[in-house]
Design a binder for this molecule. Structure first.
Ligand code: SF4
Length: 264
């Protein structure tokens, strides 16, 4: 379990509200705690009048989500500033614009908690909850944070049917979580083939539950990360992102209504 004197064991948390509160207090990774707090104290000049969140960033969205979107880790001046995942940075701008375009979000922008953003049937989360230096968590930090994601998935087991994984790093981090039974005795985990399926943009694999009586199959989609490196260079275009999101939403059994159909 993640360490730290005031950190609870995720396996003992029984609902997502409590899990979000518990992860926000985690101090298990000394390097990441120091970095997130240093960034929060020094700030970027453009945000010098704001109070940074400076803590682990919990998942965001529906508690009965049929679709999960899994990124990498919060951005130093994005989620680490605003306290909401993919909120307040360029990556989030691209992601929520695409979610809005396919009908998964109420608005195309994500500025701050309280901005009115809602997501439909979807929960966004990350394998590492603290902003890492240079956006690069270590393997040890990834592994230490894993129980939070594992428990979040377990608490969604009755509902979740599809996952979009943003980037190869998240893909590598998520597959072992999917293959592991919930230590709290809930979800049996899904069967991940060996060798593990390779990440690629648009890749789609169906994973059967280890105990098909206990859980439904999971549809897993790969998508290039919404990093500026990918979106500025055109490696990931809005159309590519919208295509994966729409396919995953359909696989999850959601029927989102794009704004064009709503007449927005
Ligand atoms: S990265 Fe995860 S395990 Fe490490 S301090 Fe942050 S929330 Fe805790």
């Amino acid at each position: 379990m993640p360490g730290g004197a005031e950190t609870v064991d995720p396996a003992h948390v029984h609902d997502l509200t409590a899990l979000d509160a518990a992860v926000s207090a985690c101090r298990a990774c000394p390097r990441l705690v120091a970095w997130r707090e240093e960034v929060a104290a020094t700030k970027r000049a453009a945000f010098r009048d704001e109070t940074y969140w400076g803590r682990p960033v919990p998942g965001f969205g529906a508690h009965d989500a049929r679709l999960m979107i899994v990124g990498l880790a919060p951005a130093a001046h994005g989620g680490n500033r605003t306290g909401r995942i993919f909120t307040g940075d360029r990556s989030g701008d691209v992601l929520y614009a695409a979610m809005h375009a396919v009908g998964l979000a109420s608005q195309p922008t994500a500025v701050a908690i309280g901005d009115g953003l809602e997501v439909y049937g979807t929960r966004l989360t990350a394998p590492v909850r603290c902003a890492p230096p240079a956006n690069k968590p270590t393997p040890e930090e990834r592994d230490r944070c894993r129980p939070w994601l594992a428990r979040e998935l377990a608490l969604l087991r009755g509902a979740v049917r599809a996952v979009v994984v943003l980037g190869g790093w998240g893909w590598q981090a998520l597959l072992p979580v999917l293959a592991t039974p919930d230590p709290a005795g809930g979800h049996p985990g899904w069967v991940v083939p060996r060798p593990r399926p390779a990440f690629g943009h648009g890749v789609h694999v169906t994973l059967d539950a280890a105990d098909p009586q206990a859980a439904a199959p999971l549809e897993v989609f790969g998508c290039y990360h919404v990093s500026q490196q990918n979106t500025f260079t055109g490696r990931l275009t809005p159309a590519m992102l919208e295509d994966v999101l729409a396919r995953a939403a359909h696989a999850a059994g959601l029927d989102p209504t794009p704004p064009a159909r709503r007449g927005d």
